[in-house]
Ligand binder design. Structure first.
Ligand SMILES: CC(C)(COP(=O)(O)OP(=O)(O)OC[C@H]1O[C@@H](n2cnc3c(N)ncnc32)[C@H](O)[C@@H]1OP(=O)(O)O)[C@@H](O)C(=O)NCCC(=O)NCCS
Length: 158
């Protein structure tokens, strides 16, 4: 597996990964509620993903195995993780851990001292196990019961 910057050519496949990850893996969050799913998925279009790949002040990363994209990660510089979605077929094989580590490296390279994100219920345990702490009151997003504001201090390079 390699992790690299996404290009607009990745948009269709990366978008499909984002949508499958939300629909199939985040059931604890959306509970198959059509309204929540429709709000969550509304901006996950190939056109938007292509634009995110070219956006100033942000990084869109893909984890790639062979010809297949297995996960998509997003960072708004310097240190806000906006996307971290693994394909259902690639779950629990270390892909998100590797992608998260690269997002953190990118954040550090952009001068961030810490990284912030809003975790799903689905991924909350994953982030806790990777050094993130809750930093605010959980609040619903897209109509979900709880999203968790989390943060992690980055180790300073010596
Ligand atoms: C939870 C999730 C993020 C983990 O990604 P992954 O690529 O499958 O994870 P990895 O293989 O890198 O690491 C496995 C970790 O998942 C977590 N995990 C294991 N089983 C789990 C389960 N049944 N449910 C939730 N998390 C689990 C553990 O923290 C595990 O870490 P450990 O090996 O140190 O115990 C992913 O499976 C997922 O469901 N993503 C859905 C999209 C999402 O919610 N993204 C976050 C947006 S903020």
């Amino acid at each position: 597996m390699i992790i690299r910057d996404a290009t607009p050519d990745d948009a269709a496949q990366a978008c499909a990964v984002l949508r499958a990850s939300i629909i199939d893996l985040c059931v604890a969050d959306h509970r198959n509620d059509p309204g929540i799913l429709s709000r969550w998925l509304a901006n996950k279009t190939p056109e938007n993903v292509a634009a995110w790949a070219c956006a100033e002040g942000a990084s869109l990363l893909v984890a790639v195995e062979g010809d297949a994209i297995s996960a998509v990660g997003g960072l708004t510089h310097p240190g806000e993780i906006t996307l971290n979605y693994v394909s259902p077929q690639a779950r629990f094989r270390g892909v998100s851990s590797a992608l998260l580590a690269e997002l953190e490296r990118r954040a550090a390279a952009h001068g961030a001292c810490d990284v912030a994100l809003l975790s799903t219920e689905t991924a909350h345990r994953f982030y806790l196990a990777r050094g993130y702490v809750d930093v605010g009151v959980p609040a619903g997003k897209f109509g979900t019961a709880a999203s968790y504001p989390m943060s992690k201090a980055l180790a300073l390079a010596s």
